[in-house]
Design a protein around this ligand. Structure first.
Ligand code: NAI
Length: 323
C-alpha cells in the first residue's frame, strides 16, 4: 500500500510515521511504501526522520520517499494523511486561517485527483479539518467525495476516556458515543445513545456534569493539553489518525465511532458539508448510523456546529477557494 503523510516533519508526523511503518495502520501483513510531503523548509527535517525510519529496520517498510512536490507525493497513493497545514498565527482571524489553508488543500486535492489510486482514502487532520476536506474534495471531481474524510476521532477517543474515568470503568466498556459537527469548540460530543456495561450513560451521570463538565472538557481538551505540555496534542492525534484509517479499512464490527464525512443530508445536516457523525466502518466504507433519536438539546448543539460549517464553506467560497 502506498501511504502519503503531509506535514511529515511536524510533531504529529513524527508520532505517526513510525506507527504506520510498524504495521499499526494497515495490519501486520501489509507492506507499506511511505511518502513524506513537506514544504521546502521542512525537507531537511523530513530527510532526518527518513534516516530514523531506516534505522528501525521495520520488516513491513518497503520504501521511503521525501518530496515537496504534491503531484509526486500523491501518485498512486492508497492512503493519504493530510496533516500539514498552516498554523493559526497570533492575531490571525479565522478567515485568515481558512484562506491560507484553502490555498494548501485546493492544490493537494487537484494533485490527488491527478494521480491517486482508484481506491484512495483521504484523512484530513490539518485544521480547520472539516473545511479543508471540503476544499480538497472540491478540487478532486474524479474521486468520490466519500473518499475524503476529516478527523474527529481524537474528540471521540477523548470523550470515551472521560466517561471511563468518570465512571471508573475501562474504556472498552464505553459504547455508542457520537461526536457531531465541526472539529472545533462547537463540536457536540453526545452521550444520549452511549452505554457503559450496557447501562445508558444518561442513567449513570447527572445532566449538570454532562453540560458543565463533560462537553466543555472534551471540546476544550486541546487547550488543556497545550497548557500542560507547552505544545499541542501530537501523539494522541497521531493515534486517532491510526484508529480512523484502521477502522475505515477493517471495519468497526458491532461498534460505532465518529468521523467527519460528506453529509448525505442525514440528521438535517445539509448535503455536501463535511460533518462529524456517528459512523460504522462497513465493507471498507463509512456508513452513518441511522435512526438515532435526537432530543431538543442535541438538535440545538448539532445545528450550532453545522451552522459554523456552513459559515466556513461560505467564507472559502467568497475567498474564491472553491472551484
Ligand atoms: P506542526 O506545525 O508541528 O507541523 C506541521 C507541518 O506541516 C510542518 O512541518 C510544516 O512544514 C508542514 N506543512 C505546512 N504546509 C504544508 C504543505 N503545504 N505541504 C506539506 N507540509 C506542510 O503541526 P502539528 O502539531 O503536527 O499539527 C498539524 C495540524 O494538525 C495542525 O493544523 C493542527 O491544528 C492539526 N490537528 C488536528 C487535530 C484533529 O483532531 N483534527 C488534532 C491535533 C492537531
Amino acid at each position: 500500500m502506498n501511504v502519503t503523510v503531509t506535514g511529515a516533519a511536524g510533531q504529529i508526523g513524527y508520532a505517526l510515521l513510525f506507527r504506520i511503518a510498524s504495521g499499526q495502520l494497515l495490519g501486520p501483513t501489509t507492506p507499506v511504501n511511505l511518502t513524506m510531503l513537506e514544504i521546502p523548509e521542512g525537507l531537511a527535517a523530513a530527510e532526518g526522520t527518513a534516516l530514523e525510519l531506516q534505522d528501525c529496520a521495520f520488516p513491513l517498510l518497503r520504501a521511503v520517499t521525501v518530496t515537496a512536490d504534491p503531484v509526486r507525493a500523491f501518485d498512486g497513493v492508497n492512503i493519504a494523511l493530510l496533516v500539514g497545514s498552516r498554523p493559526r498565527a497570533v492575531g490571525m482571524e479565522r478567515v485568515g486561517l481558512l484562506e491560507s489553508n484553502g490555498r494548501i488543500f485546493g492544490p493537494q486535492g487537484a494533485a490527488l485527483n491527478a494521480g491517486a489510486a482508484a481506491d484512495v482514502r483521504v484523512l484530513v487532520v490539518g485544521n480547520p479539518a472539516n473545511t479543508n476536506a471540503l476544499v480538497a474534495s472540491a478540487f478532486a471531481p474524479d474521486i468520490p467525495a466519500a473518499r475524503f474524510t476529516a478527523m474527529t476521532r481524537l474528540d471521540h477517543n477523548r470523550g470515551v476516556a472521560q466517561l471511563a474515568a468518570k465512571l471508573g470503568v475501562h474504556v472498552d466498556q464505553v459504547r455508542g458515543l457520537s461526536v457531531w459537527g465541526n472539529h472545533s469548540a462547537l463540536q457536540y460530543p453526545d452521550v444520549n445513545h452511549a452505554t457503559v456495561g450496557g447501562i445508558p450513560v444518561t442513567d449513570l451521570v447527572d445532566e449538570g456534569w454532562l453540560v458543565d463538565e463533560f462537553i466543555p472538557r472534551v471540546a476544550g481538551r486541546g487547550y488543556e493539553i497545550i497548557t500542560a505540555r507547552g505544545a499541542s496534542s501530537a501523539a494522541s492525534a497521531a493515534s486517532a489518525a491510526i484508529d480512523h484509517v484502521h477502522d475505515w479499512v477493517n471495519g468497526t464490527g458491532d461498534q460505532w465511532t465518529s468521523a467527519a464525512i460528506v453529509s448525505d443530508g442525514s440528521y438535517g445536516v445539509p448535503a455536501g458539508l463535511f460533518s462529524s457523525f456517528p459512523v460504522r466502518g462497513v465493507d471498507g466504507r463509512w456508513e452513518i448510523v441511522q435512526g438515532l433519536s435526537i432530543n431538543a438539546f442535541a438538535r440545538a448543539r448539532i445545528d450550532a456546529s453545522v451552522a459554523e460549517l456552513t459559515e466556513e464553506r461560505e467564507h472559502v467560497r467568497a475567498l474564491g477557494l472553491l472551484p
